[in-house]
Write a protein that binds this ligand. Structure first.
Ligand SMILES: NC(=O)c1ccc[n+]([C@@H]2O[C@H](COP(=O)([O-])OP(=O)(O)OC[C@H]3O[C@@H](n4cnc5c(N)ncnc54)[C@H](O)[C@@H]3O)[C@@H](O)[C@H]2O)c1
Ligand SMILES: [Zn+2]
Length: 354
């Protein structure tokens, strides 16, 4: 086992370990930074049967006296306080205390929810992220945002809590259904667009991803996110760049009641739409939109919305980030370099459609 180590210098620093075959060593890798007696693995009903035993056995080998597995039904609709409440009950029954560790094994839903439980159980306990979806490896496991959904909106209840370690095993992606690979590619293209032109060129050039190449792609995305989060842990400035494609994407997802389009596809449409607009406004280097669209299509991502922009434009203006009569839109100066552009609410129509 050889792991790439990426240090993350947040208020509470930690390492990301990335590589192949890491799951069987997860226990030892957690033990290096955690000395508790009990480990509590959180996973969903798809990931549990595939990987929970491997991780659980490794934790026992590493010396954890009690290792329990909490499994919830897979799906965003279970990213709820109710599921977290069930976790609290299981934690209490296992006599889990402040020195023990919660292990999030799965996609972004698992990571967000287990992280939230870790942030709140006894006012905060250690937690480790073992992301198994592409989206979780390149995005959600890094940065310390945790939380759950409520009827009124996604991720409305949450906390910042950095993990003590992230263990990303590329081999787990081999069982990820294709639709979620495509979805994760939306965030991969986003990372390349905002900060990593070399990654963008690599994505344009290569078609078949060998495990080594995939590792490099994930590593580069992790670095983009880490560097941005390190500079802006609590989202006051630079972290906004990670929202490239997201203001429009979120509005589209919301308009379609979160069931008509996946997040990665909505972000892809958002990136294509905003870049066409910013290019028309003279803010982006000519040719940027065409190149971006070609790349999105290459990975099976859409570039036009299933309903016209005019239909969901109101949802864009209603965005929670639309404060003080203006919205911060992320635009590309060129591929690999993003900037924030403040647009007044009344000028959004002209900006996007003009
Ligand atoms: N915290 C953050 O900064 C952040 C950032 C982006 C997204 N998110 C959140 O992440 C969530 C989306 O993440 P996601 O797409 O990973 O969702 P997910 O956790 O639901 O995983 C997607 C699907 O893939 C399955 N799966 C995961 N890994 C697998 C594997 N290796 N093999 C087989 N199946 C596997 C899951 O069971 C699920 O059905 C959303 O709730 C979103 O709000 C959080
Ligand atoms: Zn996203």
């Amino acid at each position: 086992m050889e792991a790439i180590r990426i240090p993350v210098r947040t208020g509470r620093p930690y390492d990301i370990l990335l590589g192949r075959g890491l799951l069987t060593h997860a226990g030892a890798l957690i033990r290096e930074v955690q000395k508790g007696q009990r480990a509590f693995i959180v996973c969903d009903s798809n990931v549990g049967p595939l990987y929970a035993k491997t991780v659980s056995d490794s934790l026992v080998r590493a010396g954890y006296r009690t290792v329990s597995v909490f499994t919830f039904p897979a799906g965003e609709k279970y990213k709820r306080l109710e599921t977290v409440t069930h976790m609290y009950t299981a934690l209490a029954r296992n006599h889990f205390d402040r020195h023990d560790v919660i292990v999030a094994l799965g996609g972004g839903v698992t990571g967000d929810m287990a992280g939230f439980a870790a942030a709140t159980w006894m006012r905060g306990v250690d937690f480790v992220q073992i992301p198994t979806s592409l989206l979780a490896q390149v995005d959600s496991s890094i940065g310390g945002k945790t939380g759950v959904d409520i009827d009124e909106g996604k991720n409305m209840v949450g906390a910042f809590r950095q993990p003590i370690r992230v263990i990303a095993d590329i081999d787990t992606l081999s069982t990820l259904p294709q639709e979620y690979v495509t979805d994760g590619m939306g965030e991969v293209v986003k990372s390349a667009c905002i900060r990593d032109r070399e990654l963008l060129e690599l994505l344009e050039r290569d078609c078949a991803f060998s495990p080594d190449l995939l590792t490099d792609v994930v590593r580069r995305c992790m670095l983009v996110k880490c560097r941005i989060v390190e500079n802006d842990e609590h989202e006051n400035g630079e972290r906004k760049l990670l929202n490239f494609g997201h203001t429009l994407g979120h509005a589209l997802e919301k308009h379609l009641n979160y069931s008509g389009i996946s997040h990665g596809c909505a972000v892809a449409v958002g990136m294509a739409t905003i870049t066409a607009a910013s290019e028309r406004q003279g803010l982006s280097e000519p040719g940027t939109a065409v190149r971006l669209c070609a790349l999105l299509k290459k990975f099976g991502l859409p570039t036009t919305p299933p309903v016209p922009l005019s239909v969901y434009l109101e949802a864009v203006k209603a965005d929670k980030k639309c404060v003080g009569g203006a919205v911060d839109l992320v635009v590309l100066k060129r591929l690999g370099e993003a900037v924030v552009c403040r647009v007044k609410t009344e000028e959004i129509d002209t900006f996007l459609r003009g």
